[in-house]
Write a protein that binds this ligand. Structure first.
Ligand code: ATP
Ligand code: LTN
Length: 334
């Protein structure tokens, strides 16, 4: 608890360009949640180097991602928006938690298996212990709630296991976090293959809507979206392409699938695609405009980065000192 509010933590990696999936499945919900919780939203750059990065490119993407957090509507006075690498407590706690995590547990992580297969030439120890760093991110702020996609559930489970194991030895040190899986936009699928999730690392640019796509590009991508030959607009499993378009429409408008189906009754696929495209354009336009405006304001951004890193460090250090004392490190002489 901070000032009577429950604590929420989440983060995103600055790898690739954010997609509509990231926006509807994560960022948009973060803004809603920020009213109710004391929130920490991190650009998790320590996680990014588990795969090779070009330094200048990583720095640029990390800054763009932080700017996007703000552009999407997160108020930096109310939410702590910062770079993970600016708070050394993440790495320090991660080391300690490594000593409370078993090889067998990490071996079961499906993300590790996937990424190891994808980067066979660089299966480094950081990739293996990635979930421990994620546990440190969360536990460092005594987090109650973690909004994540279903793909991150396994990492949240291991975080809870590590925390419970530590608490069993040393008493109630860590708050045990709960996952929060948002309802709307939970899984936006690829426009080219509706069986696959929309992902920023997809090789086919037509499969994903990028947050910075121009309106005509967005409309064109929707026009080309893969559908089916059923010829009717219904929300059902047998029509994954149409269902995905309706999901996107609902996540953008707040309408229910039933309402959307009713609205498009008797209409053709072309009309649906155009309507969804236009809705997405109107949702992304203010974010794009605000991103452009903020990107120009270097000194404002720098002041946010500095102040929020200080705030994050304050809370991180509080937990870290407690943990260091519990495990038996000598007291600091001041
Ligand atoms: P990558 O392609 O590099 O795996 P990604 O696009 O899957 O990246 P992540 O960085 O893994 O994105 O996820 C950032 C956040 O966005 C997470 O909370 C994740 O659950 C959410 N997210 C990612 N893709 C989607 C999607 N298609 N639908 C809904 N939410 C998504
Ligand atoms: N692993 C997550 C990003 C991430 C995260 C976190 C999410 C790193 N640390 C802590 C929630 C809480 C991902 O790849 N989406």
């Amino acid at each position: 608890m901070i000032d009577g509010k429950k604590v929420l933590f989440s983060g995103m990696q600055a790898t690739g360009t954010l997609t509509l999936g990231n926006y509807l499945g994560a960022l948009k919900n973060w803004v809603t949640l920020s009213e109710e919780y004391e929130c920490f939203y991190s650009v998790v750059d320590l996680h990014s180097i588990t795969v090779r990065q070009e330094p200048a490119e990583l720095r640029k993407r990390a800054r763009n991602l932080l700017t996007l957090y703000l552009a999407a509507g997160l108020d930096p006075q109310k939410n702590c928006i910062y770079y993970q690498s600016h708070v050394s407590g993440h790495a320090e706690l991660s080391w300690i938690l490594n000593c409370f995590t078993y090889m067998g547990e990490l071996n079961r992580m499906t993300q590790f298996k996937d990424k190891a297969a994808k980067h066979a030439d660089n299966i480094n120890a950081g990739l293996f212990t990635y979930p421990v760093l994620m546990a440190a991110d969360i536990l460092l702020y005594q987090t109650d709630m973690v909004p994540v996609g279903v793909d991150q559930m396994q990492h949240l489970e291991i975080t809870r296991d590590i925390a419970q194991r530590f608490n069993a030895v040393y008493g109630d040190v860590f708050t045990i976090p709960e996952a929060y899986i948002g309802k709307s936009g939970a899984k936006i699928m690829s426009l080219q293959n509706p069986q696959k999730k929309m992902s920023k690392s997809d090789e086919n640019p037509n499969a994903s809507i990028y947050l910075m796509d121009e309106p005509d590009v967005i409309l064109r991508k929707f026009k080309r979206a893969v559908t089916d030959s059923e010829g009717q607009i219904l929300y059902r499993e047998e029509q994954p392409g149409i269902r995905n378009l309706l999901d996107i429409y609902c996540a953008c408008t707040g309408k229910s699938p039933e309402e959307a189906v009713k609205e498009f009754e008797g209409k053709g696929y072309g009309e649906l695609k155009e309507a969804v495209g236009e809705t997405v354009v109107s949702v992304l336009k203010p974010v794009q405009d605000e991103f452009a405006r903020l990107s120009e304001d270097k000194s404002y951004l720098d002041s946010i980065i500095k102040e929020n890193a200080q705030k994050a460090n304050y809370y991180a250090t509080k937990t870290l000192r407690k943990v260091q004392k519990k495990v038996g490190f000598p007291e600091r002489i001041r």
